[in-house]
Design a protein around this ligand. Structure first.
Ligand code: FSO
Ligand code: SF4
Length: 541
């Protein structure tokens, strides 16, 4: 195996024996083969000149399954590979004879042994691309497209879709196999990936807000009640909605974990009085927190960490998530899921153990923030707010991420943190106070709600009558982890945002030359010490 797609990759160069995330080498190789298969399918779609709804959904869901901490299940990946080949071969019947196709569009396994053999072959590995700059850009684009696929999946689940995004996904994947493309061509394609990331984030924002209303300022309880509970994690609001409906009047409470926390901000979920609060913190603490929860846990998307035996029998996956030996909740053709078994199990479980008491305040997505725009503009003009610091992104295991807690604590009192994603858990429970009633940490929501922060920035640019978004008193200190964060980063670059600090390390998949281009063109840097970075970002020293 060779995988370097996430921030926690071994020695910041690549996982080669087993993933730091717990992904086994056979699963890593099968995931590479799945991406290879998707590329072959995309290739045939282009040659035929059409796709189908089924193929589009397949591509998006399969890309999602290869994102860090989503799918650890070799069986499931093998089934997806078989399905991809079946879809490809069906569509291929429309091609005239003699059309030349690459291996990814022609190989056919006779049995599962063939699939495993192919997965272990060098030709499907990331390392098959020898030139490190070309490889770097191909992977940057592939990871951006994986992130887009994940966000588009969520929009599609809610009935929102965009043909052009599907077309771009295929075009981008095909381009990563095209030996005629230069470094410059691929750089342009990486930026175009950013454009489609923006479109996808906007579509998902529309899907969420039209379905569940605009997030509102909300106090979320972080304590527990004395009823048994079900804990739900990940980003899939539709699954949460179904769970809340099915648990009504059952005596079972529902709690969110990690990236599901922002569900509490949506008006549609406020009517459920058994929707009690948020339990615990970011994904990487789940092994202790899931143990303490006592009741069933449902993982709707990343991030899943290989579970402990102590709670494995009350852990469930759904959607694109899968783990060997962990029960998976299927859905019918209309996307409906049946939680009755889990509810019955919950009734027999003890209530969650209390980890903490208090509240988190959030709900500052664009609509809510813009309703405070006058107050914010006034605070900036009067000097009460010196700068906004975007600290969106991800949390992770490494102790180097303590930096973000220290950075938040060390920021001067006239700064406001804008956050989204699970990075927030590094500082959202600190009491950082407020500025004229504006809290000093404004949480927009999930990682996809980084889009909200961009909308706010664009509106402020208008309000201050500025020509360039970089003239705003907004600086960016972003923590990344997996491939959705790559999509968000490309979106920010596409929008022309400069001088982003990215940490705790720069991606291992960026070669020195590609990094140099990003530094020269966009001023991207990485974190140093808290003191240095405060000087650099806040005092422009
Ligand atoms: Fe990922 Fe980051 Fe959104 Fe977290 S981009 S790691 S679990 O912020 O959540 O999916
Ligand atoms: Fe390693 Fe990250 Fe890949 Fe897991 S996803 S194998 S931790 S690089």
């Amino acid at each position: 195996m060779f995988c370097y797609q996430c921030q926690e990759t071994a020695r910041n160069t690549g996982c080669t024996v087993v993933g730091v995330c717990g992904k086994k080498d056979n699963v890593a190789n099968l995931q590479d083969l799945l991406v290879y298969t998707i590329k072959g399918l995309a290739y045939v779609c282009e040659k035929v000149g059409r796709s189908t709804k089924e193929i589009d959904r397949y591509i998006v869901d399969s890309l999602f399954a290869t994102i860090t901490n989503v799918n650890f299940d070799d069986r499931d990946i093998i089934e997806k590979i078989k399905r991809g080949i079946e879809l490809r071969e069906n569509l291929k019947k429309e091609l005239p004879n003699g059309v030349e196709l690459p291996d990814c569009a022609t190989w056919i396994p006779e049995n599962e042994e063939d699939i495993v053999k192919k997965a272990n072959s060098e030709e499907v590995s990331i390392l098959a691309t020898e030139d490190e700059d070309i490889r770097s850009l191909r992977e940057l684009i592939t990871y951006g497209v994986k992130g887009i696929g994940a966000y588009l999946h969520h929009a599609m689940v809610l009935g929102y879709n965009d043909e052009n995004i599907h077309k771009f996904i295929k075009k981008a994947l095909i381009s990563t196999m095209d030996d005629n493309l230069s470094v410059d061509d691929l750089l342009a394609l990486a930026l175009e990936t950013g454009k489609y990331a923006v479109d996808t984030l906007a579509l998902l924002d529309k899907a969420h807000t039209e379905t569940y209303g605009h997030p509102k300022i909300t106090e979320v309880n972080i304590g527990v009640r004395n009823n048994p509970g079900i804990l739900i994690s990940g980003h899939d609001l539709k699954t949460l909605e179904q769970l809340l409906e099915q648990t009504k009047s059952t005596g079972v409470d529902v709690y969110t974990h990690c990236e599901m926390l922002p569900a509490h901000y949506y008006p549609a979920f406020k009517k459920y009085d058994h929707f009690v609060g948020n339990y615990g913190s970011a994904w990487h603490r789940q092994r202790e927190e899931f143990e303490a929860f006592n009741g069933p846990i449902i993982i709707t998307t990343n991030c899943l960490v290989p579970p402990k035996d102590s709670y494995k029998n009350r852990l469930y996956t759904t959607g694109c998530v899968s783990y060997p030996g962990v029960k998976r909740i299927p859905e019918d053709e209309n996307g409906n899921k049946d939680f009755s078994e889990i509810i019955e199990q919950a009734k027999k479980c003890a209530p969650p153990k209390e980890l903490e008491r208090g509240k988190i305040v959030g709900g500052f997505a664009h609509n809510q923030v813009l309703s405070l725009a006058d107050k914010i503009v006034e605070a900036v003009k009067s000097g009460a707010i010196r700068k906004f610091v975007v600290m969106a992104g991800c949390d992770g295991r490494h102790s180097s991420r303590d930096y973000y807690t220290e950075f938040a604590k060390a920021l001067p009192k006239d700064t406001v943190i804008l956050t989204a994603g699970c990075a927030k858990y590094r500082y959202i429970k600190l009491d950082l106070g407020d500025i004229n009633g504006i809290p000093r940490v404004l949480d927009a929501g999930q990682c996809n709600d980084s889009y909200s922060l961009v909308v706010v920035a664009l509106k402020l640019k208008e309000a201050f009558n500025l020509e360039d978004i970089n003239q705003l008193p907004i600086v960016y200190n972003i923590a990344w982890y997996e491939q959705k964060a790559v999509a968000v980063l490309l979106a920010l670059l596409y929008l022309g945002i400069k001088n982003i600090l990215l940490g705790p390390t720069l991606p291992a998949f960026l070669s020195p030359n590609v990094t140099k281009v990003l530094v020269d063109k966009f001023g991207i840097g990485t974190i140093s010490t808290v003191e240095e970075d405060i000087k650099r970002l806040i005092y422009d020293e």
